[in-house]
Design a protein around this ligand. Structure first.
Ligand code: A2P
Length: 328
């Protein structure tokens, strides 16, 4: 397997290298690309030192290209990278809504990966973390409406986002006014209900990504979904509070049973012992934690639950590598 990573020096790119190592992905040849700024830097992989190259604007000679360098470069170049037969698994939002491009979470719709035309899209991190927990419940009880609020880590804005949280917190603690440029407002000790651009309908694009992508991955064009996406000052795991209205009778106990035997999720739901999902416990884990599962008292036949999942792993690098594993 000849593999290339585009964006290898970024927050997701570095996790891609870790995940490939940890999952013993069979790599015969690995080429690392980033911007011209990083060309010549070295990175170690399985004890070998690899030199980062500038990302080409030509076909990439590899079997699989894992791309995580942002939407604009993927939009411009992914077709070219794949033009000599490479499969591009793209982590940006550039191709997710293209009807010819499968959008895949291997626990949910691995069959869609087979219908690619050179590009497969990896979903948005918030969508992926919610979807692995929602899918088994949807299969068991048929979800008709989903209302979700998110608590999203700074890693969603890449390595720069995480650095900004650390630097600006340090500034704040040293008596300086926190500033920063990655987020719309200072992120330390703050909560910002604004991720990506505002749309005509009053939602942000990040919120609409959850709607569009969940429907596409589930093959459920009619599913009613409403999301409020919020940035919080954590480093790398996103959390989400969901209320789901079901068509079939759904109890909290039955939901717990369904989730306990579902791939990609770990039920952490023991309130008597203060056990519930949290970003700190979900960070670095492959599974998404699900808990606080309870009957919703405002709607008929609805459940509430809380998920926390590593934004850089299931929300990005892990899912990308899992897609690649479908082609081993
Ligand atoms: P570089 O480190 O050289 O800037 P993150 O999501 O953490 O911000 O990382 C983005 C990744 O995408 C980095 O590896 C970054 O490389 C890479 N990248 C950003 N812009 C470009 C570009 N125009 N061409 C190629 N790679 C890019």
């Amino acid at each position: 397997m000849r593999l290339a990573i585009v964006g290898a020096t970024g927050a997701v790119g570095r996790e891609l290298l870790n995940v490939l190592e940890d999952r013993n992905f069979p790599v015969d040849e690995l080429t690392l690309y980033a911007s011209s700024r990083s060309a010549g830097k070295t990175v170690s992989f399985r004890g070998e030192t690899l030199t980062v190259k500038e990302t080409p604007s030509a076909a990439i000679d590899a079997d699989i290209v894992l791309a995580s360098a942002g939407g604009s470069i993927s939009k411009k170049l992914a077709r070219t990278w794949s033009s000599k037969g490479a499969l591009v698994i793209d982590n940006s939002s550039a191709w997710r809504y293209d009807p010819d491009v499968p959008l895949v979470i291997p626990e949910i719709n691995p069959q869609d990966a087979k219908n690619h035309n050179g590009i497969i899209a990896n979903p948005n991190c918030t969508t992926a973390i919610l979807a692995v927990a929602l899918w088994p419940l949807h299969r068991a009880f048929k979800a008709s409406a989903v209302i979700v609020s998110t608590y999203q880590a700074t890693s969603g804005a890449g390595a720069e986002g995480m650095n900004e949280l650390l630097h600006e917190t340090e500034n704040y603690l040293n008596g300086k006014k926190p500033g920063g440029s990655v987020f719309q407002y200072p992120i330390p000790f703050n909560v910002i209900p604004h991720i990506d651009s505002f749309q005509d309908n009053g939602y942000t694009r990040e919120e609409m990504k959850v709607v569009w992508e969940t429907r596409k991955i589930f093959g459920a064009a009619e599913m009613k979904i409403s999301c409020t996406a919020v940035r919080i000052p954590t480093l790398r795991a996103h959390s989400e509070a969901a209320t789901v209205i079901f068509e079939k009778p759904a109890s909290a106990a039955a939901a717990r049973d369904v989730l306990a035997s579902s791939p990609g999720v770990k039920v952490v739901d023991d309130p008597a012992n203060n056990l519930y999902p949290m970003p700190l416990s979900a960070s670095g884990k492959w599974d998404v934690e699900v808990g606080r599962i309870r009957k919703n008292i405002a709607f008929e036949n609805a459940l509430d639950f809380f998920v926390s999942g590593d934004q850089l792993l299931k929300g990005a690098a892990l899912n990308t590598v899992q897609i690649a594993e479908l082609f081993i």
